[in-house]
Every structure is written in C-alpha cells, then in structure tokens.
Ligand binder design. Structure first.
Ligand SMILES: O=C(O)CCC(=O)C(=O)O
Ligand SMILES: [Fe+2]
Length: 390
C-alpha cells in the first residue's frame, strides 16, 4: 500500500468516525422530535385544595382564575423588605462577577459606586455579554434558595400543584439590561425548552421581578387561555442573536387564542408575583428604560413525574405531604451534567466568561437561524457543550 493510499484510507476512517460521532450525537436527541398527545386536563384541573388555612394562600376565586387563564398576578405578595434581601444577593453576585472580569483583564473600571439598577449596564458597556454571563452562571445564592422555598410561596404552590412539591431545576436570574436583545424573550411556551413529555406534568412558575416591571422596562405579555388546548406548538431556533426558541404569534389561533383580544400585557409592581404554567404562551418586551429589569423565575412540579430536563438535573424536593417536618436537601440540585448526554465538561474558567449559551432544546426544534449560540452547539459537540437552562 503506498503512502497516499494509506493517507486517504485513514482520512476515510477519520471521516467515517466523525460521521458516526455526529449521527450518534443526533441519535441521542431523535426522541425530541416525537409528538406527545395533548394533555389539556394537566393544565385545567385544580388539585384537591388544602383544608388548613395558611399564610399567603390564594382565594378560591384566584385559584380558579389561574386554571382558567393559565396565569395569575398577585400584587403585594411580598413586602419590599423581603425582596430587598434578594436585591442584596444580586448585588453580591454582580460584584463577584465584576471582580472576576477585572482580574481576567476584561474590564478596567469596576463601577463600584453604581447601584443595583445600573451597575451591570455600565459593566456591559465595557464587556459586551456580561449580563448573559451572569444569567448563565446560575449561582444559586442562599437568598434565592430561601425565596424559592419561602413558606408563603409554597402555600400557594400547594394550592396549584398539590401537597407534594419539588423545585424544578430550571430557574433563572434575568439580567435584563436596557436595550439588550439577549434579554428580550420572544413568544414561547416553557415546555418548548424541555423534553416533549414535560407537557404531561403541570410545572408552575413564579415570575418575581426585583423592580416595578412595566411596559417600558420589559414586563411580560401572556396569551390568555393558551394552555387550555394542552399542546406545545411548533417552535423554531434561534431568535435573532439569542439562544431562545420562538413560536409565531400568528400560530396562537392553533391554541384557540385570539391574538387581537387575548394577549395581556402584565405589569408587575415590586412585591408582586406572576404565576404561570408551562403551556401558556408568553414573551417579554424590550427594556426601553434606563434601569435593569431584574427578575427571578422559579419553578415547581409534583416530584413523581419526570421533569423533562434531559437527565441533566433532578428536581429538589421541597415539601412532602406525609412528612411535615421534612428538611430540604439542596445537594439534590447539584447533580449536574450527568452521563446521558455524554458530556465532558472542560475547565470551568475557560467557558465561564463566554457569553454563549447552548442547550439540548436546540436539538428539539428546527434550527432556522444560526448565530454564535447555535455555533457553540455544533462546534463543541464532541468535546463539550455548555449545556444550560433556558
Ligand atoms: O423574564 C423574562 O424576560 C422572561 C421570563 C420567562 O420567559 C419565564 O419566566 O418563563
Ligand atoms: Fe418562559
């Protein structure tokens, strides 16, 4: 065998193994293209209501409204002092990241004199993508844990999903700096970020702004009643220069929604909570103000159903009907990036300061538009992928 032939043989082999790797990578996600049957009752049937009266509980009318519309706004749920602690935690996380960027030589000015409402924007101006990095880091501060498992909040969760409660691993600190495409989330159903079978379990989100969220700084819009069909519409990937999947507003009629009258713009004052389910279409508006529209989205579901998060992370049990003294074991959440996806994670620091996000939801839908986030999915599939939550 002459050298050239040998060379071409090994090139062929390399090509073949590349093809095999690619098809096995794709094969892992083939199941994401499967349809599941509509599950309207998951979203419209309220659980047996608790008999005990507890702080924070919704009125029966509010519970009915949630199941009828697919969302519910409760103003003045938290006292400002309660959320001020969460703001402080955010300040700490910003400070940590600023120091990291400074030490890495990415920024020259730490803007330590700026406040909760503006500091991240100043940093973003020096190092584009800082707000995405903060979102992506997903540091679960103790104050976030305390809010997520807040008794008053869980008393509402109990009314909406039942007495056995688990925190869903997809939670987010939204770092919505002004005029930032990366934080403007287009129309979607949360189910679209998960495995198709997530349609079969009611996942409840509490969307908690850390400022007065309004039309100017980018509050949410929701399509009233869009959950009643119990379907996840076709989404595409990815919107503009972001990692978000999107559905078309014009397709809302497939869910029985009349876009001309059923879309609600939901301003939420500081202290308020917007509850929504995982089948309700929603989007967030652009932030046209000069402050950061901070918010947290926290989720729960019943623990005995799969969470639809690709085997990446489990839920964290927060309440057990039969064990009123149950204490949360937060280490349940730390099991990250498990074998199913055969991920090899590289040195944290290497990817930590990169403002790109990729995740398995990109494999669920047709990628009709490529950008630096979808590139991450393709380039690193045989080394690592910085899988992330939506
Ligand atoms: O906060 C936002 O801008 C979007 C939030 C969202 O889509 C969610 O909480 O599910
Ligand atoms: Fe969402």
């Amino acid at each position: 065998m002459d050298k050239r032939k040998k060379g071409s043989n090994s090139t062929q082999k390399a090509k073949k193994s590349k093809v095999t790797e690619e098809s096995s990578f794709d094969a892992q996600f083939a199941y994401l293209k499967d349809d599941v049957d509509p599950a309207p009752e998951v979203y419209t049937k309220k659980p047996v209501q608790p008999t005990e009266v507890k702080p924070g509980q919704l009125t029966p009318k509010q519970v009915d409204e949630y199941f009828d519309k697919g969302f519910l706004l409760v103003k003045d749920f938290f006292k400002p002092e309660r959320l001020n602690k969460v703001r402080k935690a955010v300040d700490q996380l910003v400070d940590e990241l600023v120091n990291k960027l400074y030490d890495a030589g990415k920024i020259k000015d730490k803007h330590a004199d700026k406040d909760f409402f503006t500091r991240l924007s100043y940093i973003e101006k020096q190092f584009k993508g800082t707000s995405v990095i903060l979102h992506k880091r997903g540091v679960l501060h103790d104050e976030f844990k305390a809010l997520w498992s807040d008794d008053k909040l869980l008393n509402v969760v109990e009314q909406l999903i039942g007495p056995d409660i688990a925190g869903h691993p997809v939670w987010n600190l939204r770092t919505k700096t002004p005029h930032n495409e990366q934080a403007t989330v287009p129309w979607h159903q949360d189910n679209a970020y998960l495995e198709p079978r997530s349609l079969e379990v009611h996942q409840l989100t509490a969307w908690i702004p850390l400022v007065d969220a309004n039309m100017v700084n980018g509050c949410m819009q929701l399509a009233t009643g869009g959950h009643r069909a119990g379907k996840t519409l076709k989404h595409t990937c990815c919107a503009g220069g972001t990692w978000y999947v999107e559905m078309q507003e014009k397709d809302l009629d497939q869910l029985g929604v009349d876009a001309s009258k059923d879309i609600v713009t939901c301003e939420v004052p500081y202290g308020g909570v917007l509850f929504l389910n995982n089948a309700i279409p929603h989007q967030s508006l652009e932030n046209l103000s000069d402050i950061i529209r901070w918010s947290l989205d926290l989720r729960w579901q019943r623990p005995d159903k799969p969470n639809g998060f690709y085997g990446i992370k489990d839920c964290v049990v927060m309440r057990k009907k039969d064990d009123p003294k149950y204490v949360i074991d937060w280490s349940e959440l730390s099991g990250c990036c498990r074998s199913q996806l055969q991920m090899k994670k590289v040195d944290e620091d290497d990817t930590d300061l990169h403002p790109e996000i990729a995740g398995p939801w990109m494999k669920r839908w047709d990628i009709v538009h490529h950008n630096r986030h979808t590139e991450l999915l393709n380039h690193h599939k045989d080394t690592y992928t910085s899988w992330h939550k939506a």
